[in-house]
Design a protein around this ligand. Structure first.
Ligand code: ZN
Length: 271
């Protein structure tokens, strides 16, 4: 199944798919910029000095039983991540937090609306209408978008806490100074990388769901899963494509995993 080229080679797209992916890339880049800017103003000034001190004091001694040491490292990773997450969670009461949530909601709505335009463009086989970003404003469910925004934020904070814990423990184990640890933590908090992947995955889902909405509006009854990527396709997505076509209501809507760039199209379309 695996180890085959994607149906859509993202490095060599043409026609409507080139326009669809260019639009999706612009949306993701804009959302990434806005969300990370909002995040930086939220996280600015967060002080984890006490967490760093606790980690330094609890660093395991060298030697001893390797299995017991591995278990202890895993335990330390979990409790440190929990301690960092508890501190990150206090940021949800920061004055800038609603701005961050609003940026996520707006990005989701734009992605869904743009996905609908993309779906009609794929149905028409004409991507000319996708070159400007317009004022996409999806008719959507505000409450649902808020819930999605909080889910995205929760996932990003969990990922960030795990990253900070992992970096701290590795750095303590290699004998870094307290000031090095503080600089490491400051970078991890402000670089926004935890948001980039989480936001891209959520936007991808909103975009592809918008395409499916457009297909439904056009009366499309069967939908194909289309693999997309730069080199080979993962087994999950290859299997999803092998099961084509799907009844429109039950197609697997990508992304099926982080960094999945796959899409959907009306069954029987020419690629
Ligand atoms: Zn995929």
């Amino acid at each position: 199944m695996a180890d085959r080229a994607p149906t859509l080679n993202l490095g060599a797209l043409s026609g409507v798919w080139a326009s669809v992916y260019a639009l999706r890339d612009r949306l993701e880049a804009a959302a990434d910029r806005e969300v990370i800017a909002a995040w930086r103003s939220v996280v600015e000034g967060l002080d984890l000095t006490d967490v760093i001190a606790t980690v330094e004091q609890s660093a395991p001694a060298a030697g001893g039983d390797p299995a017991a040491a591995a278990l202890r490292r895993r335990h330390l990773q979990q409790v440190t991540a929990a301690a960092v997450l508890a501190r990150l969670t206090t940021l949800t009461r920061a004055p800038g937090w609603p701005v961050l949530i609003a940026a996520l909601v707006a990005a989701l709505r734009r992605a869904r609306a743009a996905g609908q335009r993309a779906g009609h463009a794929v149905g028409d086989g004409d991507g000319d209408g996708l070159d400007d970003d317009g004022q996409d404003d999806a008719d959507g469910d505000d409450a649902q978008d808020q819930v999605s925004a909080y889910d995205i934020a929760a996932a990003a904070l969990r990922a960030l806490a795990a990253t900070v814990a992992r970096q701290l423990l590795a750095s303590v184990a290699s004998g870094s100074s307290t000031s090095t640890l503080a600089a490491l933590v400051a970078t991890a908090l402000s670089d926004g990388l935890a948001w980039t992947l989480t936001v891209a995955t959520a936007l991808g889902l909103a975009f592809t769901s918008g395409m499916n909405t457009a297909y439904a509006a056009r009366g499309v009854l069967q939908v194909d899963f289309v693999t997309a990527g730069d080199s080979s396709v993962c087994a999950t997505c290859a299997d999803a494509e092998d099961a084509n076509p799907y009844p429109a209501a039950s197609v697997l809507v990508p992304p099926l995993h982080p960094n999945c760039r796959c899409s959907i199209e009306p069954a029987g379309s020419e690629d």
